[in-house]
Design a protein around this ligand. Sequence first.
Ligand code: C2E
Ligand code: CA
Ligand code: CA
Length: 373
Amino acid sequence: MLCELAKRLSMLLNGDDTLARLGGDEFVILHESFDQLHEVSGLAQKINQSLAQPIVIEPHEFYVSASIGISLYPQDGTSVEDLLRCADAAMFRAKDIGRNQFQFYTEDMTSQAVEQMAIQAGLRQALRFNQFEVHYQPQVDAYSNSIVGMEALIRWHHPEQGLLAPDRFVPIAEEAGIMWEVDRWVINHATQQLKSWIDEGLKPGKLSLNLSVKQIQQDDFIDWLQACLKSNECQADWLEFEITETQLMTNFEQVKSRLHTIEQMGISLAIDDFGTGYSSLAYIKRLPINKIKIDRSFIRDLLIDEEDAVITRTIIAMASQLGLNVLAEGVETQAQNTFLLNEKCSTIQGYLYSKPVNRTRMGDLLIKGLQFD
Ligand code: C2E
Ligand code: CA
Ligand code: CA
């Protein structure tokens, strides 16, 4: 039975993890390198699910359950002894609550993990019951103050927690492997909306959609996309896809040919959050990229931090040399705007012009133009 348990546990771990049996029926897992808390609670859940399957040792069938205690380095302790002691204390609390439970050492962490699990569970409902909403943020030509495009940004009307920003659920949806479904929902709704603005005679410009590399890698993505555009009567050249620099560079070979297909359909491609990853110019030249979006973090301190100013200038010059369009994100002040205009970066997205707004407000902006006080 212990051997079978060990086998099941080791199947859930990755190469960096260590699994040990301390004695009796106590196992310890040393789980290294994770970014988010829900990755840890997710592992605990998977362990419980795996142990829920009966263990068959002919002619018997055994049912077991685990109580899991979790301590975190360095918050809960920096020595092996301290971490084990905290995990042990947490495990006893898990036992008190009942079978198949996990607890973090601090209750705060447990409640955070429980909240994240609730979000994960709610995501499927959100897709089914249309709890998502697309907001739009204008992209502006700063010379003429006119709207030249817009980025679609998702929001979630959570039944208990109110309006949630993407930072609260996009990483969890990615971890749960359903972000591609959410993005298809966004693409479908935003292209319908775009078509109806154009039918009303408005000029929304290009619609930018955020795309994760996982989406591009789906085998049926191109077929799905073509069907979606057809049924929404949306032209491919009305659209632009944004892919973050980091995702692009770490999956370059896998996505290269797909990106060429997308470009051949007539859809533009932009590199999002540019400057935060490690781009190689050789790579960029080999991809059908039209636009670079300078990350908000450089724009924020443009006038305080000389280094950020230099990086921004360099990105703009590089884009121009490579024949790429460039857009600055997160512009909040007139001074930042002036700096960028002086450097000949005139496509701007930021609170200075407009925050992301719902479709009704966006429709108003398209009719009346941007208003300045
Ligand atoms: P992003 O793609 O970099 O989107 C720009 C984010 O910057 C948006 O945050 C926007 O509201 C914010 N922003 C724009 N201008 C300003 C400004 O002047 N100041 C400040 N402080 N912020 C500004 P939001 O809407 O919270 O989205 C956060 C991230 O979530 C996005 O970053 C994107 O990575 C992701 N995301 C949003 N919608 C989607 C989606 O439909 N699909 C996918 N895959 N990711 C999405
Ligand atoms: Ca984006
Ligand atoms: Ca961005």
